[in-house]
Design a protein around this ligand. Structure first.
Ligand code: IPD
Ligand code: CA
Ligand code: CA
Length: 267
């Protein structure tokens, strides 16, 4: 049984509050008989509302911290050494299509280092959280550990498939070709924050994706490292995925193997 710190409790409260609103809107979405455009507007309103709820809850508990959110961009606070990185609704396309796989993602950076991260799925109410140096947990009871599988043939990997107007389609196909023939399965679940949480929980053995934003991955990155896994930038091991949006996360054994395959895909 792990007891979250006061800081993590602040994050949990913010995520649960936003999650409640998202669940209400998700339920309503099923009833709504609106045009496709109307639906998209409804979802983007749900997204903006959720970010507002998270922002207000965090700002109330820790006034002055800087805030980087998908909807609001960067709001510089008086305290520049702390920065929240927030995706109020990761998995928007799932949400829009009534697929119950989306999350609220909240991370905190101190002096440029991730110190706390939380990913909350309001449908399952699973709450994944981690604090630097203290481990990663699911809800209050379960310590998270990345999977122990070390052979590609046993591995299930997650990824993100480029979509209309987004991503590098040809490059992705080459990478998929390298992976799919060597592993037990490749999945595309549609929420980067949950993909990383699932790596931390040992469900996925690895995950790679390009063209992401810091708010998609900040919390999940800490989950994976605190669960004993490795996170890196795909092309440049000195770069930070938060800056480039390209990420590879896996257990220690599989990380170099997947990395080599991604390199081979470019050759
Ligand atoms: C998206 C999800 C998805 C990933 C996309 C992201 P959003 O975030 O994380 O899994 O493939 O690239 O943009 O738009 O649903 O917050
Ligand atoms: Ca996202
Ligand atoms: Ca989002």
């Amino acid at each position: 049984m792990a007891t979250p710190s006061a800081l993590v409790n602040v994050m949990i409260e913010a995520a649960r509050k936003a999650g409640k609103g998202l669940i209400r809107d998700f339920g309503e979405l099923n009833e709504l008989q609106v045009s496709k455009k109307g639906l998209a507007d409804f979802v983007s309103a749900a997204d903006i509302k959720a970010e507002q709820v998270v922002f207000e809850a965090l700002e109330k508990a820790r006034p002055g911290y800087s805030f980087l959110g998908e909807e609001r961009g960067l709001i510089e606070g008086t305290d520049k050494s702390h920065r929240w990185i927030v995706d109020p609704l990761d998995g928007t396309t799932n949400f829009l299509h009534a697929l119950p796989h989306f999350a609220v993602s909240i991370a905190l950076e101190r002096e440029g280092t991730l110190v706390a991260g939380l990913v909350y799925n309001p449908v399952s109410q699973d709450l994944y959280w981690a604090e630097r140096g203290k481990g990663a947990y699911l809800n209050n009871e379960k310590r998270l550990r990345v999977a122990g599988r070390s052979r590609m043939e046993d591995a299930v990997l997650a990824t993100g498939i480029p979509f209309l107007g987004h991503g590098q389609h040809a490059k992705f196909l080459k990478e998929l070709h390298q992976m799919s023939q060597r592993v037990a399965g490749v999945r595309r679940f549609g929420a980067a924050a949950l993909d990383l949480a699932f790596v931390a929980a040992g469900r996925f053995d690895g995950y790679w994706e390009r063209d992401l934003k810091a708010w998609d991955i900040a919390a999940g990155m800490l989950l994976v490292t605190e669960a004993g896994g490795k996170v890196s930038e795909i092309d440049n091991s000195d770069a930070n995925p938060l800056d480039t949006g390209s990420i590879l996360a896996a257990n220690m054994e599989l990380h170099p193997v997947i990395e080599a395959r991604l390199k081979a895909a470019q050759g």
